[in-house]
Design a protein. Sequence first.
Length: 76
Amino acid sequence: MAKVIGIDLGTTNSCVAVMEGKTPKVIENAEGMRTTPSMVAFTDDGEVIVGLPAKRQAVTNPENTFFAIKRLIGRR
């Protein structure tokens, strides 16, 4: 049987769940949290940072940190 996955792409936080039988199970991120900040950052050396680590470094790297991108999806 195929796996079913659900993604809640939120403006502030995102969440992923899988169906286990008839019950959804939210997948924890690397920090053990059930939601992940909807943020992405790019460092000078080309590293891509997502979630909480991206949020933490946003103050020191604001020009390369992106958030609230959901509002731009579908625009030209």
